[in-house]
Design a protein around this ligand. Structure first.
Ligand code: NAD
Ligand code: LMR
Length: 332
């Protein structure tokens, strides 16, 4: 996507929530779509958050951003999604204590299917959609089922936060700069079954598995620490990740829609499965992808699975197909 003199219309749902609060300044500063790309921001909230949203708008105005051409706060999804080029779907029903994934799904299916039907009708025809609200992979599937006219390749879900966590964890472990780390990828679901593959990590192009303690070392430490990182943040902050989630949303959109991986590194993104690596069609699965920019992506095809990796992939695949079954039952 090259900067256009025409404003890009970006819709953020759940805009008055904690991720919205960290994401909006990144958008307004131009660090996502560029400092010369004018933006219209459409901010969707539910009625109880209307007053809080109006406060967020005051702050957005006070940023005095030269690229913000208009700000539309609304509680009407049709108004929010009309002509939108990019939809960032953050708004979701929050997980409450004691809720199972199925409970969470049943609360979120009505939200994502209703947003899907509206997006299909009123958004720009090639709208790019990023699903953030949890369970993100399965919400993306629900969205696609409810809006069959939307191109599934334009619907992605966020696993870049997990990717960034894994890269940063390797860098910390080896006391190197994150920019020297490559080869890391996150596979599967944005949940504790995800497989953050650090076994292929390289530093300055050289394999570092031995320095990370070999397969046993990563299975005992790095993999579970990345899988459980969201829980660790929740435990300490008393709230789920927001600053790092917003930064990951910015990274995801920049890679996917602008294209910033010219250095040859891949990134991780949940995209519709196409049979690659034995993951049958029908779920949004996180793979390593390369993004040339402009909304295209290619799943990296050259990864060879060993038994160690296959076990993790099978577990996260099984969870995603089980979530799919539950979602389809609830959708009927
Ligand atoms: P939050 O509760 O602070 O904000 C969510 C906002 O969404 C609230 O302001 C709420 O009023 C709004 N909302 C609820 N239903 C809505 C609807 N139907 N339409 C529009 N807005 C609606 O939560 P948060 O910390 O901003 O997190 C939002 C979501 O992102 C959660 O589901 C969370 O689990 C998820 N999350 C995902 C990742 C990821 O990596 N995929 C990371 C962190 C958080
Ligand atoms: C995270 O990874 O930090 C979040 O997805 C956790 C959550 O349940 O919101």
């Amino acid at each position: 996507m090259t900067a256009s003199p025409n404003p890009l219309t970006v819709t953020i749902t759940g805009a008055a929530g904690q991720i919205g609060y960290s994401l909006l300044p990144l958008l307004a500063s131009g660090s996502v779509f560029g400092r010369h790309q004018p933006l219209n921001l459409h901010l969707l909230e539910i009625e109880p958050a209307k007053k809080a949203l109006s406060g967020v708008v005051l702050e957005l105005e006070d940023l005095a951003s030269p690229i913000l051409k208009s700000i539309v706060p609304t509680t009407e999804a049709v108004e929010a999604f009309t002509n939108c080029d990019v939809a960032i779907l953050v708004g979701a029903f929050p997980r409450r204590p004691g809720m199972t994934r199925r409970d969470l799904l049943s609360k979120n299916i009505p939200i994502f299917s209703s947003h899907a039907r509206i997006l299909e009708k009123v958004a720009a025809p090639d709208v790019a959609i990023l699903v953030v609200g949890n369970p993100a992979n399965t919400n993306a599937l629900v969205l696609s089922r409810a809006a069959p006219k939307l191109n599934p390749r334009r619907i992605t879900a966020l696993t870049r936060l997990d990717h960034n966590r894994a890269v940063a964890a390797v860098a910390r472990e080896l006391s190197v700069s994150v920019s020297d780390v490559s080869g890391v990828a996150v596979w599967g679901n944005h949940s504790s079954t995800q497989y953050p593959d650090v076994t292929r990590a390289r530093v300055d192009g050289k394999p570092v598995l031995d320095r990370l303690g070999g397969h046993d070392g990563v299975a005992g430490q790095l993999v579970p620490s990345v899988q459980k990182r969201g829980g660790a943040v929740l435990d300490r902050r008393g709230a789920t990740s927001a600053m790092s989630a917003a930064a990951a949303i910015a990274d995801h959109l920049r890679s996917w829609l602008v294209g910033d991986d010219a250095d040859g590194k891949h990134v991780s993104m949940a995209v519709p499965s196409d049979g690659s690596y034995g993951v049958k069609e029908g779920v949004w699965f996180s793979f390593p992808v390369r993004c040339p920019g402009g909304g295209e992506y290619e799943i990296v095809q050259s990864v060879e699975f060993d038994e160690f990796m296959q076990r993790y992939i099978d577990a996260t695949k099984e969870e995603l197909f089980a979530e799919r079954e539950e979602a389809l039952t609830l959708l009927d």
